[in-house]
Design a binder for this molecule. Structure first.
Ligand SMILES: [Zn+2]
Length: 58
């Protein structure tokens, strides 16, 4: 299975003076909000297994 690195749009956000990382799936607009890049990568990896971009493209 092949995954692209750019299928998620990553953005740093500050919420209540807490630095967070937001990632949005380009295929289905699923949004992830976490505190570390390690978590972000893990959540992205998890989402890729669950994402159904074919639905959004239809
Ligand atoms: Zn998705």
């Amino acid at each position: 299975m092949e995954f692209k690195e750019y299928d998620f749009a990553r953005n740093p956000v500050v919420q209540n003076e807490v630095f967070l990382l937001q990632s949005k799936c380009a295929a289905c607009s699923f949004s992830i909000l976490v505190r570390s890049i390690e978590e972000l990568v893990e959540h992205e990896r998890l989402h890729r297994t669950q994402c159904s971009p074919s639905n959004a493209a239809a």
